[in-house]
Design a protein around this ligand. Structure first.
Ligand code: MF3
Ligand code: CO
Ligand code: CO
Length: 262
């Protein structure tokens, strides 16, 4: 049984506010992502910022027992990397994923950061994940099919010769962190007509090698590629408008429209 909630104008206002706050966390942390910093230091800076500057809280902290405020996933870590004493090094590719709860509503987004300079292959992988997310966002409007999202991502990943993680998907979001529907990032037949007022994430994880992943058995969270090749992810929270889509978590560093009208 699926329960997709269509958001009211007052809920949309709250989702805009928390979305903007979540985006600012990723903007704020950028200058700190440098060689030698530990992922725990980054997590502490973001948690402090969320509370003191955005009057909000991390939704990750305590979520199903998750121990930190953000997810920081380095190189072959696909997602749910737990911040810790690990120091970043030149050439690392790093995903920071932040979910903020403010006034009972959630915002969820992530981006890649490159520590100093990296290999052309790593750069291409990050670019591919971002372009795949953007292409998927461009398919979203009332009357379009949720399956168009996965098809758009598959086309871009295939062209680059990369693979798409199948075990994790995007999700509805609102007064719940993970709501219906599930948003698949690969070619699929989950045909669902998109409606005005729907709010969901698109968050493709693109792997350089195999699509297969495994969860760390000791911490129960850290997801890595099965072949230890690198992985990249971008995520936005989206609102379906009357005639298109609004990117609720858009940042200043992005060359992409906040509102697309079709
Ligand atoms: N932010 C992740 C997502 O995009 C979920 C992280 S849950 C946590 O859905 F517990 F690992 F933080
Ligand atoms: Co998400
Ligand atoms: Co997220």
């Amino acid at each position: 049984i699926m329960d997709i909630t269509l958001k009211s104008p007052s809920e949309i206002e709250k989702l805009r506010i928390v979305g903007a706050a979540t985006a600012r966390v990723l903007e704020m942390i950028e200058p700190y992502v440098v060689p030698g910093v530990t992922t725990e230091e980054l997590d502490n800076i973001m948690n402090e910022y969320i509370q003191t500057k955005e009057n909000a809280v991390s939704a990750d902290l305590g979520y199903q027992g998750y121990p930190k405020a953000t997810c920081i996933s380095v190189n072959e870590v696909v997602c749910h990397g737990i911040p810790g004493p690990h120091k970043l090094r030149e050439g690392d590719i790093v995903n920071i994923d932040v979910t903020v709860l403010k006034d009972k509503y959630y915002g969820d987004c992530s981006r890649m950061y490159i520590v100093g300079r990296t290999s052309p292959r790593n750069e291409q992988l990050c670019k591919c994940a971002q372009e795949a997310m953007y292409a998927a966002i461009r398919t979203v409007r009332p009357g379009s099919n949720l399956a168009d999202i996965g098809a758009a991502i598959q086309k871009i990943a295939d062209k680059a010769g990369f693979s798409i993680v199948r075990d994790y998907c995007g999700h509805g979001i609102g007064s719940g962190f993970h709501e219906d529907p599930q948003v698949l990032h690969y070619k699929n037949n989950y045909n669902l007509i998109i409606q005005e007022g729907m709010c969901f994430t698109i968050e493709p994880m693109i792997n350089a090698g195999t699509y297969k992943v495994k969860v760390n058995r000791k911490d129960g969270w850290t997801v890595t590629t099965a072949d230890k090749q690198p992985s990249a992810q971008y995520e936005h929270t989206l609102l379906v408008t009357k005639d298109g889509v609004e990117v609720l978590t858009l940042r200043k560093d992005e060359d992409f429209p906040r509102i697309i009208s079709n």
